[in-house]
Design a binder for this molecule. Structure first.
Ligand SMILES: Nc1ncnc2c1ncn2[C@@H]1O[C@H](COP(=O)(O)OP(=O)(O)OP(=O)(O)O)[C@@H](O)[C@H]1O
Length: 261
């Protein structure tokens, strides 16, 4: 019997099964010595949806993301991205697949010694082959910056930008390869409520414009409420509960309730 508590009423996963699964995680396990961090984690991200994964500090969210992007090797389990099993891929194929995933890391992670333009050109240079038939670099850089309403900052240095602007430039950089999936790691952390709202609005806009699927790791209940089509709660190393925000926030299970206090 499944251990997962599914809150599967109304529209949470309705229709999800008929959509393409762009990221499928099955029975993911990762331990460090005796510390069993992921203990059979399962998750599906479907085309076009915004899936929020919430877990308390130290629950293994970053470990899960690192396994997905290939920065960490899982002990067991399967990760399929766009139908391709990660563990079976050679380096070149893995690199190609990585170009299908955009990341927005905590703290933006822009290169401080590069201009905004150079920051955005960086992934284009790394994946030059992917973009060879596309518009020229300048057009792509400006298009990505326009999507986050910051085309006028193209020649500025990161230290000339506010925290919220840096986050938006980082989002533009994540978008520049036109990825099918975007992974957001705590997209609103360290931002004030108004700037957080701006970022959330932009995340929704780019989702529509670029037709991406989003996996969002966050502690921010307000962010989860606004952005999630569906949520997975990571507790005790597993996908403990799944459902939409309304369903989960009305749960009587103490482990689920703890997220919404
Ligand atoms: N390289 C590592 N070596 C040993 N233990 C690790 C390593 N990386 C993570 N861990 C352990 O795995 C557990 C989960 O860490 P992780 O960073 O995934 O938590 P998290 O849910 O992302 O937390 P936070 O919300 O605070 O960022 C922690 O107990 C951490 O100490």
């Amino acid at each position: 019997m499944s251990r997962v508590k599914e809150f599967n009423t109304e529209n949470s996963t309705a229709g999800a099964e008929t959509r393409e699964c762009v990221l499928e995680i099955k029975d993911l396990r990762k331990s460090f010595g005796t510390n069993k961090v992921l203990n059979g984690f399962n998750m599906n991200l479907y085309q076009g949806e915004s899936l929020v994964v919430m877990g308390k500090s130290g629950s293994g969210k970053s470990v899960m993301i690192k396994c997905v992007v290939g920065l960490m090797e899982a002990d067991r389990g399967s990760i399929k991205i766009l139908g391709k099993e990660l563990t079976h891929l050679e380096r070149a194929a893995l690199d190609q697949l990585r170009a299908e995933i955009g990341f927005l890391f905590q703290g933006s992670a822009l290169y401080d010694s590069m201009t905004v333009r150079e920051n955005l050109e960086f992934p284009l240079r790394r994946h030059a082959a992917r973009m060879k038939n596309d518009a020229d670099t300048e057009t792509l850089v400006l298009e990505a910056l326009e999507s986050v309403k910051l085309a006028h900052t193209v020649d500025l240095m990161p230290n000339e930008l506010s925290g919220g602007m840096k986050r938006r430039v980082a989002l533009a950089r994540a978008l520049i390869l036109k990825p099918k999936i975007i992974l957001y790691d705590e997209p609103t952390s360290g931002l004030d409520p108004i700037t957080s709202k701006e970022i959330i609005n932009l995340m929704q806009e780019v989702q529509q414009k670029y037709n991406t699927s989003s996996l969002i790791i966050t502690h921010d209940v307000d962010c989860a409420r606004v952005i999630s089509d569906r949520m997975v709660l990571l507790v005790d190393g597993i996908n403990y509960a799944e459902g939409n925000f309304k369903e989960l926030s009305q749960s009587v299970d103490p482990k689920v309730r703890a997220f919404f206090k």
